[in-house]
Design a protein around this ligand. Structure first.
Ligand SMILES: Nc1nc2c(ncn2[C@@H]2O[C@H](COP(=O)(O)OP(=O)(O)OP(=O)(O)O)[C@@H](O)[C@H]2O)c(=O)[nH]1
Ligand SMILES: [Mg+2]
Length: 263
């Protein structure tokens, strides 16, 4: 029996990216049961573009939020996790910095028994897509701070990105607090899980549209880490496994082989 995958995509003014993203996800997830949940806070024409996309592509759903008490990236992702009906849930940015093709090996990792799959730019076969020095420094500092503050992040090579997949059940009973930008940090600290698989991936430049990251985000991250130091669960018996690119290919072949083209 196939497991269903729901990909949650938070969107803020991503009109130029969502159709391309949905198309690339469809290609990546051929013969896999999946849907995409766009949770949108845009103030441009993205909702109209999403409406049109959802009418055309039966895998897509969207929820546009307006006048809700809290908007923002974290509440969007958590709301998406609550609405989505997959056995496995994934979180992915809309701007194609996370290549959709990675969803297939992530799904294979989940079928192989992982509770969570965390792609990494920083292990053999991965790449940060040539980030400039400032971006590298900011992202390295965020990782270092996270690992210093929270033991649950220490064995994970790339714990601060917005790209991950997990079994829906790990959310049961976990109190996720929607502040800040780093939802995976929240999940790693607050949920219970045993096996994490890391697979390499290549990060890309934003496809179109603008970055929404701001100075406020840094302050919220520090607040989130302080908060999780007291709220976070203990994770004594977690196993983190790293797959090489070759092993990843074999696991796709074993768990979710791509359809061979027939004449
Ligand atoms: N629903 C919702 N989504 C948001 C919000 N802010 C950002 N996003 C989405 O969250 C994802 C990550 O935001 P980005 O601006 O790409 O942040 P980033 O990747 O850290 O920064 P860049 O590397 O500059 O792109 C994108 O899909 C955004 O559209 C928000 O307030 N609400
Ligand atoms: Mg981005």
């Amino acid at each position: 029996m196939g497991k269903k995958l729901s990909v949650v995509v938070p969107t803020f003014n991503e009109a130029g990216n969502v159709a391309e993203l949905a198309g690339q996800i469809a290609k990546a997830l051929q013969n896999i049961d999946y849907n995409i949940w766009f949770i949108d806070d845009s103030d441009d024409n993205t909702p109209e573009v999403l409406k049109e996309l959802c009418e055309k592509d039966p895998h897509c759903r969207y929820h546009h939020r307006e006048g809700e008490a809290q908007t923002g990236l974290a509440t969007a992702v958590i709301e998406g996790f609550e609405m989505a009906d997959g056995d496995f849930l994934a979180c992915m940015d809309a701007d194609l910095q996370h290549p959709p093709a990675i969803l297939r090996p992530m799904y294979a990792a989940m079928l192989s028994g992982a509770d969570m799959c965390i792609p990494s730019r920083l292990i053999k076969g991965g790449s940060d897509g040539g980030l400039n020095f400032v971006r590298k420094f900011v992202s390295g500092t965020a990782r270092w701070m996270g690992k210093a503050a929270l033991s649950s992040l220490r064995n994970i090579s790339d714990p601060t990105s917005g790209l991950f997949m997990f079994r829906k059940e790990i959310l049961e009973g976990a109190e996720l607090d929607p502040i800040g930008w780093k939802i995976m940090v929240e999940v790693l600290a607050m949920c219970q899980y045993r096996l994490i698989v890391e697979i390499p991936y290549e990060f890309h430049d934003r496809n179109s549209g603008e970055s929404k990251i701001s100075r406020k985000v840094t302050l919220q991250y520090i607040e989130q880490l302080k908060n999780l130091r007291t709220r976070g669960k203990r994770h004594d018996s977690v196993i983190v496994t790293r797959w090489s690119p070759e092993f990843t290919k074999n696991m796709i072949e074993k768990y979710c082989p791509e359809e061979k083209e027939t004449e």
